[in-house]
Write a protein that binds this ligand. Structure first.
Ligand code: ADP
Ligand code: MG
Length: 240
């Protein structure tokens, strides 16, 4: 459903993605792991067309989205992304944060967007926070709202970039619970994470990036118990 073929990306003289191949099937959960600076965020940003690739192609449902004739804004509406922090509009209520995109970008009638947002808030366990403002919420609650807001756009794929890494350890679990729920509902997810235990539990496939290239990829059981690359083994020894 989402496929990156031989993508390359440099910043200045530094090549950050060196021919990355990624193939994500519908309903699959893929976890990207790798050291800081290995290119996880850049890869996610390229998949969402927030960064322009220097070379290679990206396909969504067999349509080449890296084709210059493609409307990048339209593509971004069907590929949701949630970042580590600062996801919500601080001047809007939780409800307004969630309904803004569907109303403005998708043309969903306001009443319908509101009903849907309340359902989503219930799903992330925050039904009672609809009228609260982001600064009145904990970091974990804010990330759950950010997930609800991304889902409200009815994306084909959800990209998550270390969405628990800025959180107090106490609050990580509630966000991971929401991701478990999304997986159970069949959402296609590509997530960069340093939560190795969670990656092992939730992913269908783990992709280990090293210096902008995929060093190894496979089912979590294989990657975590019998990695074939010494580099993967060394990374896991330091991060498990
Ligand atoms: P990760 O998410 O795995 O930590 P990143 O994709 O953020 O890795 O970064 C990979 C490399 O690309 C790093 O060396 C980083 O400094 C560099 N980089 C990322 N974004 C930019 C940018 N906008 N300008 C210059 N260098 C960048
Ligand atoms: Mg990153």
């Amino acid at each position: 459903m989402l496929r990156a073929s031989a993508i390359r990306k440099s910043f200045g003289g530094q090549e950050v993605l060196r021919g990355v191949e990624l193939d994500v099937a519908e309903g699959e959960v893929v976890c990207l792991i790798g050291a800081s600076g290995s290119g996880k965020s850049t890869l996610l940003r390229c998949l969402n067309l927030l960064e322009e690739v220097d070379d290679g192609d990206i396909f969504l449902d067999d349509r080449e989205i890296t084709d210059p004739r493609v409307d990048a804004d339209e593509v971004r509406r069907s590929i949701g992304i949630v970042f580590q922090a600062y996801n919500l509009f601080p001047h809007l209520s939780v409800l307004a944060n969630i309904t803004l995109g569907p109303v403005r970008a998708l043309g969903v009638p306001r009443a319908e967007a509101r009903t849907e947002a309340l359902t989503l808030l219930d799903r992330v366990g925050l039904a009672e926070k609809a009228d609260a403002y982001p600064d009145a919420l904990s970091g974990g609650q804010q990330q759950r709202v950010a997930l609800a807001r991304a889902i409200a756009m009815r994306p084909r794929v959800l990209l998550l970039d270390e969405i628990t890494s800025a959180l107090d350890p106490m609050l990580v679990g509630e966000v991971l619970d929401v991701i478990r729920g999304l997986r159970a509902d069949g959402m296609t997810i590509v997530m960069a994470t340093h939560e190795m235990t969670f990656a092992r539990e939730v992913s269908d496939r783990v992709v280990f990036l090293a210096d902008g290239a995929i060093e190894e990829s496979g089912p979590p059981e294989q990657i975590f118990t019998a990695p074939s690359s010494p580099r993967t083994a060394e990374f896991l020894a330091r991060h498990l």
